[in-house]
Write a protein that binds this ligand. Structure first.
Ligand SMILES: CC(C)(COP(=O)(O)OP(=O)(O)OC[C@H]1O[C@@H](n2cnc3c(N)ncnc32)[C@H](O)[C@@H]1O)[C@@H](O)C(=O)NCCC(=O)NCCS
Ligand SMILES: Nc1ncnc2c1ncn2[C@@H]1O[C@H](COP(=O)(O)OP(=O)(O)OP(=O)(O)O)[C@@H](O)[C@H]1O
Length: 204
């Protein structure tokens, strides 16, 4: 099975691209969703986060108050690094389990992750696809989507690889500076190429 990493900065279009891959029948593992699973009530990580940051990172129902934690970790690098050291190993293990579950059921699986190249998640994939947009578009699309200020989006981008560094590590690039239709066309072509790569791997 070919494991394809799909990465890009905040607001670059990973979710949009994942949806298109899903429509083509490709299974997608979404690292952002995994990151949510590992802090659900009852998970050990949630208790550790509450012990570190205090009860104001929990909602009255005892769930993680994501907006509150977001403000804290993207204004304090030490706090962000603490959170990453707690969560990234757990997220990686869950991702590995999900990849294992797909073994033998599909020729290729997509791992969509904002931090594929920033963490050692990239070691889990055979091919890196970078979805690329100019930084100005990353900011405007994220601000339009979320209830986040431009300043916060820029701080989140500062915690991620630069556009050039990310592009330098790509095996394939999707240009999402145009329409969703254009993205679809690129993904249909890329999917053919990935299927060939998967078939080559099978023949080896
Ligand atoms: C701080 C948290 C609670 C904020 O939650 P929120 O619902 O606002 O954002 P969400 O999780 O949907 O992430 C949105 C985007 O923010 C960016 N982002 C998230 N965490 C990080 C990080 N540690 N470093 C850089 N960018 C990040 C990504 O582009 C991501 O797609 C959350 O992002 C989190 O738990 N982050 C730490 C875990 C992590 O690194 N997740 C990234 C996927 S492995
Ligand atoms: N080609 C496009 N044209 C216009 N809007 C787009 C395009 N691609 C994505 N968008 C919109 O831009 C926003 C960001 O896209 P998306 O949520 O897919 O990014 P993401 O990379 O998954 O972000 P994050 O890192 O925050 O999870 C969304 O509101 C999405 O609908």
């Amino acid at each position: 099975m070919l494991v394809v990493g799909l990465t890009g900065g905040i607001g670059s279009g990973k979710s949009a691209a994942s949806k298109i891959f899903s429509e083509l029948g490709r299974p997608v593992i979404d690292a952002d969703l995994v990151a949510r699973e590992v802090v659900e009530p009852g998970e050990p990580a949630l208790g550790k986060i509450a012990a570190k940051f205090g009860a104001d990172v929990l909602t009255p129902q005892g769930e993680l108050d994501r907006a509150s934690l977001r403000e804290k970790v993207f204004s304090d690098n030490q706090a962000r690094e603490w959170l990453e050291q707690l969560l990234h190993p757990v997220i990686r293990t869950r991702i590995m389990e999900k990849i294992e579950d797909y073994q033998g059921t599909t020729p290729l699986v997509i791992l969509a992750s904002p931090l594929l190249l920033e963490t050692d998640q990239h070691k889990l994939v055979d091919h890196v696809v970078v979805i690329d947009v100019p930084e100005s578009l990353q900011i405007s699309r994220t601000v339009a989507r979320d209830n986040n200020s431009e300043a916060l989006v820029k701080r989140i981008m500062d915690a991620q690889l630069s556009r050039d560094e990310r592009l330098s590590k790509a095996d394939s690039v999707l240009d999402n500076g145009g329409s969703v239709e254009s993205l679809k066309d690129q993904i249909r072509l890329l999917d053919l190429k990935l299927r060939e790569l998967a078939a080559d791997e099978y023949r080896l």
